[in-house]
Write a protein that binds this ligand. Structure first.
Ligand code: SF4
Length: 335
């Protein structure tokens, strides 16, 4: 089956100063595949500093990997030129955290939506451009007559974020990178925006990489999840299994900090360790300084162990399970 997106051992290392000393590994050997014919929603979860925003920047082509390659429809995105680069720019779209930042307060919604139409020559007449705008707004659950002709300050945060999604949808993307798209939106509007994203995947065949620190929204929107910590994959698999039965101590801490509405459940017990973040010894499990279950063997970095057909964790607590080579990670992730 044809591949839409392929990451092959992608790492990103930042260095400082003229001597490139103090390298910081922002992302470590990530391999991942999304298939062209199976649009899906994949969550990439983690705290700040986990590497998830670096991953978004890499996927959008804003920065280049230090090692490995990112393939889009089989082509390395760093070597795309001309029409292929333009097609990539059109087909891979982003929705960012802040629905206010992308709006110029002096322009109406019509102007915001007309820019990509002109840039990518999506319509040959004004009537056709208007029809495209209305189609995209309807697709995200907005009534064109409620938002066209209005200025950003006349809209709610939820409307603005849905206009961002409509703007991306105008370009008929194949892949949407949604980086914390609901974290700055009122809680009452989050469900609407998540539902909008889910409709894009189901009705328009758009694959979505949903980047978040919030496992609750991940649970509601995604089918599969990758949990990152200090740039590496800690756990991955079916979102239902990973959140209901986390197998890595880091995922357990993340799940433990979710305030489930269950008075019987004792959550937050490990929050003191969850707040501390010390650099691990070189070559050790990255979670070792915070891990309540650390053992001597954890002084070497664990590989991924496959716990069941849809779940793997990089932790020696599972060393009796078969090792999973990173290239096979996507086979665990349901479409
Ligand atoms: Fe904790 Fe060791 Fe597992 Fe790392 S490998 S998460 S330190 S038990």
């Amino acid at each position: 089956m044809a591949e839409l997106l392929g990451l092959r051992g992608v790492s990103k290392v930042y260095t400082r100063g003229l001597t490139h000393s103090h390298p910081t590994v922002a992302l470590r050997e990530i391999s991942l595949t999304l298939k062209e014919d199976e649009p899906t929603i994949l969550t990439v979860a983690g705290e700040s500093g986990s590497g998830k925003t670096t991953l978004a920047m890499l996927l959008l082509g804003f920065i280049s990997p230090t090692m490995g390659e990112i393939l889009y429809k089989g082509r390395n995105i760093t070597t795309l030129t001309g029409p292929e680069r333009l097609a990539y720019r059109r087909e891979v779209q982003a929705v960012f955290q802040d629905p206010f930042a992308v709006f110029n307060p002096f322009y109406t919604v019509d102007h915001l939506l007309s820019v990509p139409i002109k840039r990518f020559k999506l319509a040959s007449t004004r009537a056709e451009a208007r029809a495209r705008m209305e189609e995209a707004l309807n697709a995200v659950g907005l009534r064109p007559e409620d938002v066209l002709g209005r200025f950003p300050h006349q809209l709610s945060g939820g409307q603005r974020q849905r206009i961002n999604v409509a703007r991306a949808l105008l370009l008929k993307p194949r892949l949407l990178i949604a980086d914390e798209p609901v974290s700055m939106v009122d809680a009452s509007l989050r469900a609407t925006i998540l539902e909008t994203l889910r409709n894009l995947q189901r009705d328009y065949g758009v694959s979505i990489i949903y980047i978040t620190h919030d496992l609750t929204t991940a649970y509601h929107i995604a089918k599969s999840i990758i949990v990152l910590y200090r740039g590496g994959v800690m756990e991955a698999g079916d979102v239902d299994r990973v959140i209901k039965s986390p197998q890595h101590p880091y995922t357990q801490l993340l799940v433990d900090s979710i305030p489930w509405p269950n008075l019987e459940q004792r959550w937050g017990e490990q929050s003191i360790m969850a707040r501390e973040s010390t650099a691990p010894p070189p070559g050790a499990c990255p979670f070792m300084p915070r891990c309540p279950k650390a053992m001597p063997i954890c002084a070497s970095r664990p590989p991924l162990f496959q716990i069941n057909p849809h779940q793997a964790a990089a932790c020696y607590l599972h060393e009796r399970q078969p090792q999973l080579v990173a290239e096979k990670l996507s086979e665990l992730l349901p479409a």
